[in-house]
Design a binder for this molecule. Structure first.
Ligand code: FMN
Length: 186
């Protein structure tokens, strides 16, 4: 087997006990050996300001360089007011600019949305996909991943307690691994 594909994992919650981050960690543990998933932190990023495009703040430049280096990008998002949390949208905007020099372009993507609610942050998942269409991130369509009832999925140490969700996440990340190979082979 060759070198594992480098996948940048973005988590759209800064909360210490974030369910979304716990799902991200579960996916990292379940990923096949063809993928190396790494959470790329976004909480340290300044707010995007177009005035800074020619001389971006160091944290923004470093984040963009990290995204550019990745073979693929996996987005884990909670839902805030039926959309994507501002912290995640900010990170997406930072690595997308200046116009014509986006770091996202062409990278095989995946979207997993997470909520304690029953509908699994469907609204955030699809708002995010709208940006990914514009950014030319070819994004895995099936299986869709709406992880609901997230408050009931983990034990006190963050381990998954639901076997059916574990199996679903395993299938998801295997499908994503195949998607990465398919897109990068083009
Ligand atoms: C500002 C705000 C808006 C929210 N809006 C929604 C929403 O539209 N849909 C939803 O399912 N949950 C909503 N929630 C509840 C979040 O799903 C919940 O706080 C969740 O734990 C956040 O994800 P995390 O655990 O990864 O931090 C909202 C929470 C906050 C703080």
């Amino acid at each position: 087997m060759g070198t594992p594909r480098d996948v940048a994992v973005l988590v759209g919650s800064l909360r210490k006990e974030s369910f979304t981050r716990k799902v991200a960690k579960a996916l990292i543990a379940l990923a096949p050996p063809s993928l190396k998933l790494e959470i790329v932190e976004i909480g340290q990023l300044p707010l995007y300001n177009q005035d800074d495009e020619s001389h971006p703040p160091p944290a923004s430049a470093a984040f963009k360089a990290r995204v550019r280096k990745a073979d693929g990008v996996l987005f884990l998002t909670p839902e805030y007011n039926r959309s994507v949390p501002g912290v995640l949208k900010n990170a997406i905007d930072i690595a997308s600019r200046p116009y014509g020099d986006s770091a996202w372009n062409g990278k095989p993507g995946g979207v997993v949305s997470v909520s304690p609610g029953a509908i699994g942050a469907f609204g955030a998942n699809h708002h995010l996909r709208q940006s990914l269409v514009f950014l030319n991130v070819p994004t895995l369509q099936q299986p869709e991943a709406y992880v609901g009832n997230a408050a009931k999925l983990f034990d006190a140490s963050g381990g998954l307690v639901d076997d059916s969700v574990r199996e679903f996440l395993r299938k998801y990340i295997e499908a994503y691994a195949q998607w990465v190979e398919r897109i990068l082979a083009k």
